[in-house]
Design a protein around this ligand. Structure first.
Ligand code: AFP
Length: 359
């Protein structure tokens, strides 16, 4: 593949030509890319397009809908409903699965997506994204809700668009994770980041620290150790980021490593996490694993979770393999009651949640 010359379409033809149904999958991903170009144009217009601001209704998540949430949702649906490639769609913005108009042929795939992730950032001009996941429709005809409830390892494609200084599309069809940059002048996605590989070791973590009082002890332990830096058990300093746009955090991790955590918190037992399994955690987890990283709830591999509801939420801890494995060990230690005190000579006692510096 020639950097800077391979278009998305050429890449997909090369990657999918030996896969059963590959041409249909490639055509669907081209339709998704077309929707992404339109969403990119809308987000780039900002206030000039009249696309900013909120609507006076709540979405099914109980969250205030932004105008761009609805426009992005409409764009993805219009781009993908008519080509005879999908049998139905699920969106973060729709309570029930989207049923195709009767005049459209039903295809072999199910498209599941978050049309605009990080939309709380749209009015402050911070990067947002779209996330998508492609599953095989298990039988002919229109899908039932249950047909979408497939574990993440059954995805045949997944990806995200990030609407940043550059618009990029990052995707996998199960053969690595690859990045494409939109050349706005010619309207083509060009392969610029083939075979992304997440560094196994990193010193950067992303978490919303305002929720610290709700975290479980293993996460408390990990973050406290990172904050202790060179003087602590990790014996090196760490950096923290929080953009409140998962796509932007994940993109940084794919580019230079790190860990992203939106862990289980004790606020509301009915909401074990903030992020949604089907159209956020699963597609992102496939991209991360295809790039050599790990993605877990802290206790289970996310791609093996059996979904029980379209919009269910899960805890998410993902990124550089060595750091995620450490956090998994901390969860196992805690669950087994072998959660050991800090070893550092600087810390003489350790509560369940934090070490007290003694010098
Ligand atoms: P929105 O799409 O509602 O802005 O949520 C974005 C998100 O799902 C994810 O992209 C962020 O990492 C996370 O929520 C931010 O959550 P907090 O606002 O609680 O930090």
């Amino acid at each position: 593949m020639h950097l800077g010359r391979t278009t998305l379409s050429k890449f997909l033809i090369q990657q999918l030509r030996d896969i059963d149904g590959g041409s249909d999958l490639g055509a669907l991903l081209v339709d998704v890319a077309a929707a992404v170009k339109t969403i990119a144009a809308m987000t780039a217009k900002g206030a000039l397009g009249g696309f900013l601001g909120e609507l006076d209704n709540l979405n099914i998540q109980g969250e205030t809908q932004k105008k761009l949430d609805v426009l992005a949702n409409e764009t993805m649906i219009r781009s993908c409903e008519w080509g005879g490639l999908v049998a139905g769609m699920v969106s973060e913005e729709l309570e029930a699965p989207y049923v195709l108009p009767s005049e459209f042929e039903r295809g072999r795939y199910l498209l599941v997506f978050d049309p605009l992730d990080g939309s709380s950032n749209t009015d402050v001009n911070v990067s947002v994204g779209s996330i998508f996941s492609v599953l095989v429709h298990p039988r002919p005809g229109s899908p039932s809700e249950h047909d979408y409830l497939q574990p993440g390892h059954r995805q045949v494609a997944a990806g995200y668009a990030i609407y940043g200084p550059a618009t990029m599309l990052v995707l996998t069809v199960g053969k690595g994770t690859h990045g494409f940059t939109l050349d706005r002048e010619i309207g083509n996605f060009i392969l610029t980041h083939p075979n992304l590989a997440i560094p196994a070791r990193s010193s950067e973590f992303a978490i919303n620290a305002s929720n610290a009082r709700f975290w479980e002890p293993p996460v408390q332990r990990y973050v406290t150790e990172c904050q202790a830096g060179l003087a602590g058990v990790r014996e090196r300093d760490f950096n923290m980021r929080w953009i409140a746009s998962m796509v932007a955090e994940v993109h940084r991790i794919l580019m230079r490593g790190g860990v992203f955590m939106y862990p289980r918190d004790t606020r509301d037992a009915s909401r074990p996490g903030r992020l949604r399994l089907l159209y956020e955690a699963n597609p992102i987890s496939l991209l991360i694993e295809q790039a050599g990283g790990r993605s877990t709830t802290g206790r289970e591999r996310i791609l093996e979770l059996a979904p029980d509801a379209l919009h269910q939420r899960v805890p998410v801890i993902l990124g550089s393999r060595e750091e995620v494995e450490r956090i998994e060990r901390y969860h196992a230690d805690f669950d087994a009651g072998t959660d050991r005190p800090f070893e550092s000579p600087l810390f003489h006692e350790r509560s369940l949640f934090r070490a007290e510096l003694t010098v």
